[in-house]
Structure formats: C-alpha cells, structure tokens
Design a protein around this ligand. Structure first.
Ligand code: BTN
Length: 245
C-alpha cells in the first residue's frame, strides 16, 4: 500500500483544486501528491455543477493518483473514495451513508462530494480525485440548509477543518489497495453503506435524460447500480440518482 499526501501544497484561495492539481500533474506530480485549499472561487461538482463552500469551513482537496490498475478497476476509484470519506466521517461520529455513486450523506443531507477526473497517457491512468467535505459549518445559506450538513452538525462536536485529512488519505490508500486485492470486497463495503436501497428512484445521465426508473436493489460486482424497472433489472454504470415522486 502506497501512502498518500506527500508532497502536499496548502493554498489559500484558488479557482479549483482540480485545476491546481491538473497543472501540477502535467509538470510531473507523483502519485499521492495533494493540493489543499482554504477557499475556491470556481469549485466544480459532478455533472458540470458548481461546488460552493464558505471559506475556511470545508476540507477541499485534490489528490493525484497514478494507480497500476486496468480501466475497469480505475472505474472503482470514485466508489472507493466515497467509502473512504464515509468511513472517515463515521470515525468522527457521524452516521455516514453513501448515495451512489459517491455522495456522502449524514442525516439524509449531503456531507461530502467526490469528483474524479481521469486521463490516460501511454496506457497509464492519472486520476485527479477531488473531495469537498463540509467540516466546521454550523449553519448553511438558505438554499443549502435543508440539503447540506457538516461533520460539526452531524456529530454535535466542533471539528477542525483539516482534522479529517490525514485519516481520510490513509483510508483512501487502503481502499485503493483493496481495489487491486479484492475489488468485490470493496464493492460489498460500499453496498453495506448504500443509501436508498428499496427506494423508488430516477437515474439521469449528464444531459438530464432519465436512463432508469425503478427501485434500487444494490450494487453489481462492477460497482454499477442495480435498479429493478418495469421492464426488468438494469445495471446503471453512471448517472445521478434522485428519489422518484
Ligand atoms: C459533487 O458532489 O458533485 C462533487 C463535489 C466535489 C467538490 C470538490 S471540492 C475540492 C475539489 N475541487 C473542486 O473544484 N471540486 C472538488
């Protein structure tokens, strides 16, 4: 297992740690290099959404990963990251669940998001894995207050912004090693924390088109979301899950 977090750059205000890490990776940043920011002015989320966080309240970082994995197993990295975040939050006392593929929830509200951007050069992957974990907020702006939470709110304890970074990177390193050693066990661990099993959902692609509507059954060994629809069972490999009305 290779440790993550070295070398590290701790920055103040950036556009996005994804862009900082991408530029660093192009200049040769090694596996495990991490960029941490206090504030982002152009934070990005999945599906082209913006990611906003009040300055100094969230743990915002991107880690550069250069794993020795084939394409199929590289596809499990976002799930592994969600699991690492959820287990870290649990260690702080939050009852953390995973909303497929890798949102981390506590009390049904979003605690953290994960964004993975992968490029391939000469058959070798470079994954920029960005994590935004709400840590110290005791309130959220009105548009987020019903849908977001923080470690401090979920545990009822003050938590320092950077406190989860080291345990999270250590847990992520273990989860990456598990992808190589026993991917089925990794997927099973994610499934054990999966939110919404049995719930009626709609899964949408990046363009907002519904690709599956039905009830969540769990995860396939590949990490795909198993949904039973009127036409039978489907395995969804990518998408955004919302509760169906
Ligand atoms: C999502 O839930 O849509 C994923 C959110 C990922 C946000 C993090 S914050 C650190 C890193 N930098 C970004 O611009 N995005 C990720």
């Amino acid at each position: 297992m290779t440790a993550l977090g070295t070398p590290a750059r701790h920055l103040g205000t950036v556009g996005s740690t994804m862009d900082e890490a991408a530029a660093w990776a192009r200049r040769g940043a090694p596996h495990g290099a991490v960029v941490v920011a206090e504030r982002q002015t152009g934070g990005r989320g999945r599906h082209g959404r913006a990611w906003t966080a009040a300055p100094g309240q969230s743990l915002l970082f991107t880690v550069v990963l250069r794993p020795s994995l084939d394409g199929e197993r590289v596809g499990l990295i976002p799930l592994a990251a969600g699991l690492a975040v959820a287990e870290t939050a649990q260690a702080f006392g939050a009852d953390a669940r995973i909303k497929w593929p890798n949102d981390v929830l506590a009390d049904g509200r979003k605690l953290a998001g994960v964004l993975a951007e992968t490029t391939w050069t000469r058959g070798r992957p470079c994954v920029l894995l960005g994590v935004g974990l709400n840590v110290a907020q005791d309130t959220f702006p009105p548009e987020l207050e019903r849908v977001a939470t923080s470690l401090a709110l979920a545990t009822g304890q003050p938590v320092a912004r950077l406190a989860p970074l080291r345990p999270l990177l250590d847990r992520l390193a273990e989860a990456l090693a598990q992808i190589e050693a026993d991917p089925a066990a990794l997927v099973a661990a994610v499934e054990a924390r999966l939110d919404g099993v049995g719930d009626p959902v709609a899964v949408r692609d990046v363009g907002g088109r519904v690709v599956a509507e039905g009830r969540v059954l769990g995860l396939a060994p590949t990490g795909a979301l198993r949904v039973v629809t009127e036409a039978g069972e489907v395995a969804v490999v990518a998408g955004d899950v919302t509760l169906a009305p």
